[in-house]
Design a protein around this ligand. Sequence first.
Ligand code: FAD
Length: 419
Amino acid sequence: MPAVEQHPSAVIIGAGHAGVQAAESLRESGWAGRIVLIGEERHAPYQRPPLSKDYLAPGQAAEPLPLRAASFFEQHRIELRVDAEVASIDRRSRSVQLSDGEQVPFSKLVIATGASNRMLDVPGSTLSGIVGLKTLDDAVHLRGILEPSRNIVVVGAGFIGLEFASAARAMGKNVTVLEFSARPMSRALSPAMGDFFARQHLDNGVGLRLGEGIASFSGDEDGNVVTAVSTSGARYPADLVVVGVGVAPNISLAQAAGLEVENGIVVDHALRTLDPDIYAVGDCASFPNPSGAGRIRLESVQNATDQAKHAAHQIVGATEARYEPVPWFWSIQGGLRLQIAGLSAPGNNCVLRGEPGSGRFSVFCFDGETLVAVESVNKPADHVAARKILDQGTNPTPEQCGDTGYDLKSLAKALALAE
Ligand code: FAD
């Protein structure tokens, strides 16, 4: 019997939200063998969401929020390797090879490699002062150059771009956001919610330019960016450009190892790849859509955490269930806390609950008569109720959801009691 069988070893590639949770859940659900958690970043695992929010505010601590206390890994007998990149997966010998040549054997492997920022490919896009925001190192660099910058251009009105734009406006910077689509966050939000956020950012003094993409940048003789030129031909002064045009899943290791990839590492309902000993979780995983046809890939802390728990439970044989929790997400932009439960789609019938003018309301999205998603602004109670209602598959009508007199909280409570 090979050595790895006698000393079962779980290896996790990627020490982000999903990787750390997978390690913890494996240990807590009874995995007795080695757990090796390998992360290429040189920092102890940290929380990513604050990087585009509080972390940028003046006077914030330089240290990021840790994902777990320093003592956690030793206490849980998790061998954490930071600053260690996995260069390849050898499925035949059941081992991963690090870029320094070390081989680490596995009996079970979890790939949690996340996603990388897409960068721009327009003239001038390699000029100094054009940056992305994904890692702690990115955020530290950005903090350093944000302070002295006056004119900032953000390319892409997605969540991260707009969170950053809000933080920069709070520091009194001139901020222009270029967005090719007709609405901000248009891939994820209903038109009503997108329009609300567009108005809020404009009112906050952000130069939100919808229907305008980036065409090119020009720089000074030192190679620093000076101007952003949009697809309309307009020129915007820029001493800092933040690019937020989405991410691509980190699939190259899986692909080179002969695993199936398709906008992510392809996994089944158990989050297993075509190799029964290899799982993929978090931003890098493409999984069967629990509420529809085809596959989806989600980029959120909830998805990373829940998938990691699920894969760990599968590995130790603690569950045969399919992965199908209700997805949820949050974003903080200025004083607005957006929370989303479920997944909306273009063409959904959307019903307002509450007045957008009050700054506290929700949008209920229906596919036909079926509630599929709820977007809430500064209405945490609606969000909590929505998660419960979507989880139970109960279906209040559009009229009930739009009626603020209709008691959603009690409906959610009754569902909880019925569980
Ligand atoms: P990650 O957390 O990205 O971790 C993957 C890790 O794997 C990385 O550290 C990477 O370096 C490492 N890795 C990759 N390849 C290798 C290799 N070959 N060897 C070793 N290590 C490797 N989500 C929300 O729900 N709400 C928010 O408000 C929110 N805000 C965000 C703000 C920012 C600035 C960013 C960047 C993301 C935000 N997200 C938010 C998204 C959320 O952080 C991600 O969905 C989540 O981190 C995904 O977890 P993950 O473990 O799959 O990937």
